[in-house]
Write a protein that binds this ligand. Sequence first.
Ligand code: TXA
Ligand code: MG
Length: 296
Amino acid sequence: MIGLPTETVYGLAGDGLNPAALARIFEVKQRPLFDPLILHLPDAEAAFHLAQRVPDLAQRLAERFWPGPLTLVLPKKEMVPDLATSGLPNVALRVPVHPVAQELLRAWGGPLAAPSANRFGRISPTDAEAVRSELGDAVPLILDGGPCAVGLESTVLDLSGERPVLLRAGGVPVEKLEEIAGPIARSAPVEENPQAPGQLKHHYAPRKPLHLVHNPSEIPSKPDAGWLAFGPASEAFPGVVENLSPGCDLREAALNFFRALRALDEDSRVSVLYVLPLPAHGLGLAMNERLERAAS
Ligand code: TXA
Ligand code: MG
């Protein structure tokens, strides 16, 4: 089991076909067994080899977005261990583009299961240092592939049913998928939908309280307030500012997102965090989804 850089976030990677390795991943992450893992492969051919059936849409999306930050959920073949899918009949497949991940996957020759390398429910790591601070000595080896270029987890799209369903907004904006797939349904909240086990309400959480506010006037002018800002920030603010993107670039904001959240969480001057929703399109939607859950 190792810390693995990908373009989205760092993963905690182990042999995707070995139940003992999978069990160890759940244990180190303190992740509930009902939350299935993504299997990573070097290319579409290797990925689809693990699927019982591959709809035409999956082929077309793979051609356009793999390698890259998209995960496809498809009916699994028998060979995929139940532990990887938490007993579900479907498996989540992803082909990362990060050169270190690519090289390791090719050398390894099989699937690597890799959830984000954070303890369950916490902030995802986007550099090797963050993996170390999340998991400590529980991970014997962390491959340092530099800071993640995307910074948000992959988009998870369920193609196992008749119509595609978005299970998690992420690195590929859903609008881009819709250019190929047509309108994509959003999954219902987890209470009503056991098919989307990762959609738990409380997730990505800092240790300090995080308030998602809808007006800057709701952010108190206090030195112990931490502001996760986007766009030109007020210079009069007496607290600590982490600016996701002073120039309002959503891509830049995404790649700073978890790092900035973690920085405020670890800053001893800060006792409470504030953030306004990001523009509700593209990667902004993916960040808002995470903020709502981090704040809940
Ligand atoms: O970008 C990423 O996807 C990163 C990097 C390391 O590749 N991995 C990642 O894994 O975010 P994780 O375990 O933190 O999130 C996987 C998500 C969860 O929400 C999980 O519930 C969902 O994918 N998922 C996995 N298998 C599934 C399945 N068979 N059916 C439905 N959802 C599934
Ligand atoms: Mg995760």
